[in-house]
Design a protein around this ligand. Structure first.
Ligand SMILES: [Zn+2]
Ligand SMILES: [Zn+2]
Length: 228
């Protein structure tokens, strides 16, 4: 669940000459979650971040680009971010990763979805429980886990330092922050997470949120009204 920003279908990618990654964004499910597929253009090893729904569309990106998915990673346990975990694991054999403090939410995704009028299939248990500082690898790419509680207790951001990419889930959005009124949420905690863990990363770092358009750390430092 996000702060409420919505937008239509989109799929985008970028590839700069000095980068070794390619990124595709797929907006999935009725709550319009950004599912990200990030891969090493040389080895074609990939991460899938927040496969919230629409497993068949994610599968098509994997097949069209001949990717080997090494990790399925959930930024947090809300049903709209995890709803196609099991389907993707079935297709790719990749392990499901989530922070240990949100792990139980995978088992509750179905009933949480029903509350929001969304049918989410039951999800398998996670294969790997993450902690702050853990590094996940796919080819030459690495995602470092930054534990950023406040939207949920086990919310994380994922930082690809060499590529300058930061996947922020429902912690930080372009011009907004995640809601803090759900289970495990806390306004002072999410503000502290963003100020202590995210804003110190370089201003050029690209912010790739769980919903809505992307941004940069520099833009959010200057203009995000929650961070003044
Ligand atoms: Zn969300
Ligand atoms: Zn959420």
């Amino acid at each position: 669940m996000a702060g409420g920003r919505g937008q239509g279908m989109k799929a985008r990618g970028f590839k700069a000459a000095d980068k070794r990654s390619e990124l595709k964004t797929l907006v999935v499910g009725t709550l319009e979650v950004n599912c990200y597929v990030l891969w090493d253009t040389q080895t074609r090893d990939a991460f899938v971040i927040d496969p919230g729904a629409d497993g068949r569309k994610i599968k098509k990106i994997i097949e069209d680009n001949q990717l080997s998915v090494r990790h399925i990673v959930n930024t947090h346990g809300h049903f709209d971010h995890v709803g196609a975990d099991g389907e993707l694991k079935g297709i790719t054999g990749a392990p499901i990763n989530i922070h240990r403090e949100d792990a139980e939410m995978l088992g509750e995704a179905h009933e949480h979805g029903v509350i929001f009028g969304v049918i989410t299939p039951p999800q398998p248990a996670p294969d790997k429980l993450l902690d702050d500082g853990v590094v996940l690898k796919a080819g030459g790419l690495t995602l470092r886990v930054l534990h950023t509680p406040g939207h949920t207790a086990g919310g994380i951001c994922l930082y690809e330092e060499a590529e300058g990419l930061l996947f922020t889930g429902d912690t930080l959005f372009a011009g907004s922050i995640g809601r803090t009124d759900l289970g495990g949420g806390s306004f002072p905690v999410i503000i502290a997470s963003i100020k202590n863990k995210l804003l110190p990363l370089g201003g050029e770092v690209v912010v790739l949120p769980g919903h809505g358009p992307d941004s940069t750390i520099g833009i959010e430092r200057k203009t995000n009204q929650f961070l003044g």
